[in-house]
Design a protein around this ligand. Structure first.
Ligand code: ZN
Length: 423
């Protein structure tokens, strides 16, 4: 282990969700369902704040084994659980790079451990004891598969995972009051370096196209198929020695990184034994990135459904019957939680689901709008943002869809339009 960087940037969120009315009741454990490091989350959060999109969700902490980003003062509320009790009374901890294929399970557990050391530090600070009431999972507050990877690794049940987390936090609390003290007691040579600013990757003006047989840098596992043939910005590059490639590229869309790519997997850099053709590097911008649940693409919709609605989908950027079923399930869950519709969540379209639908129109903002955007994205319409806001772009897409289907063209998504969209 090298150094551990504490990135204290309370100025990023700066109390946007308001002050907590008292001492926190505990902490909520999250997995980010993404690929970014805490350093990369800095730029991502700043962009999200500038675009007025923090309401889509943020946590005060983003942590991996070598960096701890604190993006807001822990005395403030945070929009991290889609639930008032969770957002007001609990601190939020995102273990980052949890998306499968980015890092190995072993590396991911090191990310979890650093997150739990920070939780232990905060529990000392607020005088909290680790138990089932104070250490909570995101899935205890709303319909989500978060924390998906920790769930898979530590027993696949709420009780088993919470017992594991409680044991770890209890141990870390016994070692010291701060992350620094705990690491020292553990004999880990990892001095903690606090920084109040950090260098974020900048696109260097070059783009690369991913070839046919891309593998993750270091893990050797296949990278998700939806990045195949896509063009990405090069954010940074570094020399590597572990493979026949001499170089790896940090690829992303704009400043949002999606991961490291080996040179051997880049189209246009043919290497001996490589499976890639040697075409000129295209200059078009990428249509898809695999980093966030907000990307306007079928892959983005699939990640969104997996994260918030137990989608369980393979992220393949293809709109098939499994994705369609997951969309209907998400709609049923949302109608149940917002309007007590009492629907069976079975992913099957029927009269009961149709009758439970309300009318959604321009000016709306929330998960129903997000699901309308999702289904239109899957049908190939440009909704101008996958952001839960029913604006002009979505209004135009709805009207185009209604026109294509021979429905009344009014931009109102009522029972008939819902049926045409989801059935
Ligand atoms: Zn979560």
């Amino acid at each position: 282990m090298g150094t551990v960087t504490k990135i204290n940037r309370d100025d990023i969120v700066n109390g946007k969700a308001g002050k907590r009315p008292g001492k926190p009741k505990g902490g909520v454990f999250h997995n980010d369902y993404g690929a970014m490091t805490p350093q990369q989350y800095v730029a991502w959060l700043i962009a999200r704040r500038k675009e007025g999109r923090l309401g889509l969700g943020f946590a005060p902490y983003y942590i991996n084994s070598s960096a701890i980003l604190r993006a807001d003062n822990t005395g403030n509320k945070a929009w991290h659980t889609a639930n008032n009790e969770g957002n007001i009374w609990y601190l939020g901890y995102e273990v980052v790079q949890s998306y499968y294929g980015i890092i190995s399970d072993k590396e991911f557990i090191l990310n979890e451990d650093m997150t739990l050391r920070q939780m232990a530090e905060d529990f000392h600070f607020y005088g909290l004891k680790p138990n089932k009431e104070t250490i909570r999972l995101h899935s205890e507050f709303s319909a989500t598969s978060c924390p998906h990877r920790s769930w898979d690794l530590h027993g696949k049940s709420t009780n088993a995972l919470k017992s594991y987390l409680i044991t770890k936090v209890t141990r870390y609390m016994s070692l010291g009051k701060t992350v620094e003290e705990m690491l020292k007691k553990e004999g880990v040579s990892a001095p903690v370096v606090p920084v109040s600013n950090t260098v974020t990757p900048q696109p260097d003006g070059k783009t690369v196209k991913v070839g046919k047989q891309a593998k993750q840098w270091e893990t050797g596992s296949n990278i998700p198929t939806f990045v195949i043939d896509q063009v990405y910005d090069v954010l940074a590059s570094k020399p590597v020695t572990k493979s026949r490639s001499k170089k790896a590229y940090l690829i992303g869309k704009g400043k949002v990184a999606t991961g490291w790519l080996l040179e051997q997997d880049v189209d246009g850099f043919k290497t001996a034994g490589g499976g890639n053709t040697n075409k000129a590097t295209p200059t078009t911008k990428p249509a898809i990135t695999g980093t966030t649940t907000e990307t306007q693409s079928i892959a983005g919709v699939q990640m969104f459904l997996n994260r918030w609605f137990y989608g369980g989908l393979t992220v393949d950027n293809l709109a098939g019957s499994a994705t369609n079923k997951a969309l209907i399930k998400a709609l049923q869950m949302e109608l149940n939680s917002q309007f007590n519709a009492g629907l069976k969540v079975d992913g099957l379209w029927g009269a009961k689901t149709k009758n439970a639908c309300i009318t959604v129109r321009e000016g709306a903002n929330g998960n129903l709008t997000r699901l309308i955007q999702a289904v239109l994205i899957c049908k190939g319409y440009d909704v101008k943002g996958f952001d839960s806001k029913f604006g002009d772009g979505l209004d135009k897409a709805v009207k185009q869809f209604q026109s294509d289907k021979g429905l009344t063209v009014d931009g109102l998504v009522g029972k008939g339009t819902f049926e045409a969209l989801f059935k």
